[in-house]
Write a new protein. Structure first.
Length: 289
């Protein structure tokens, strides 16, 4: 049998810098370094040459004077200048004038008041407060000095508590209009509701010249609520005049007009809120002297 001889492989070549080896002699240069290492060496030499040029240029620029620069002035002698002696032993002394400094002005707050106000016999008119439950959400009065305070879910006791908080700040009003009772009536305690309504009206009298109660709207959610609100309306129409409290009748203008009450059968629509506002304005203008 003929013997099989394997081809002989040449020994690998190794780079003297990165120690990488290869069997191809084309990957190496004559100095024993691979082509990549030779490229890095050439780049490093180029960077070093550029740095040397930059440092040389920087030194030459720093030594040469800058165009337009003003040469430094000679140092002023520490000794004062000699003043020539004048006849008679007199010496003229000249004062050195320092630059004038602007005086510091402290601005004081200016109090402005009307000096004729004590002569006026007409006191400032107190505002009108409209306070109540969510029925007043879209109620807006065009009369000047009117404050509308809407408290969703409020009952008569809640209105009285809010009035007490306003009284702590020594608030006083020309008129107080109260609209409450719907949330109280749902508790099905008619006598308790009457007592709470009476209490809030009496307290409102202590912080206003007059108190007005805005009557309830027809409640059509159920027959029971309609009966209770109707009874509450009739009681208010009698109790308010007997106790020096103005009464605004909202029942009659709203009855039989479904476009004035929302689908929930409780709250007024925008047109209904506008009607409540007109009823209040009419009552206020009629009660004013």
């Amino acid at each position: 049998m003929a013997s099989l001889t394997s081809p002989t492989l040449s020994s690998p070549l190794s780079c003297s810098v990165c120690q990488m080896f290869s069997y191809s002699s084309s990957s190496f240069s004559e100095n024993g370094k691979c082509i990549k290492c030779n490229l890095f060496v050439a780049l490093e030499a180029r960077v070093s040459d550029l740095e040397a040029r930059y440092r040389t240029t920087e030194k030459s620029v720093s030594k040469s004077p800058v165009a337009g620069a003003v040469p430094p002035k000679a140092a002023v002698a520490s000794h004062p200048p000699v003043v020539p002696e004048q006849p008679g032993g007199w010496v003229t002394v000249r004062r050195r004038h320092s630059p004038k400094q602007k005086p510091t002005v402290h601005h004081q707050p200016l109090h402005v008041s009307n000096r004729f106000s004590p002569l006026s016999d007409t006191p400032a008119e107190r505002p009108t407060l409209v306070i109540g439950s969510s029925i007043l959400r879209n109620v807006k009065l065009a009369t000047p000095g009117t404050i509308v305070k809407c408290i969703p879910g409020a009952r008569a006791g809640d209105i009285e508590s809010n009035l007490k908080l306003l009284a702590k700040d020594k608030r006083r009003y020309n008129k107080i209009i109260i609209h409450v009772g719907g949330n109280d009536t749902r508790l099905r305690q008619s006598e308790v509701t009457k007592v709470n309504v009476s209490s809030v009206c009496e307290y409102a009298k202590t912080m206003s010249d007059s108190v007005i109660f805005s009557g309830p709207l027809p409640n059509v959610t159920s027959d029971d609520m309609y009966s209770r609100m109707s009874s509450f309306h009739r009681w208010l129409s009698r109790w308010c005049p007997d106790n020096n409290v103005g009464f605004i009748n909202n029942w009659t203008p709203f009855w039989g007009k479904p476009g004035l009450i929302r689908r929930d059968g409780i709250h007024p629509t925008l047109d209904g809120a506008a009607l409540i506002s007109r009823n209040m304005v009419k009552f206020i203008s009629r009660s004013n002297p």
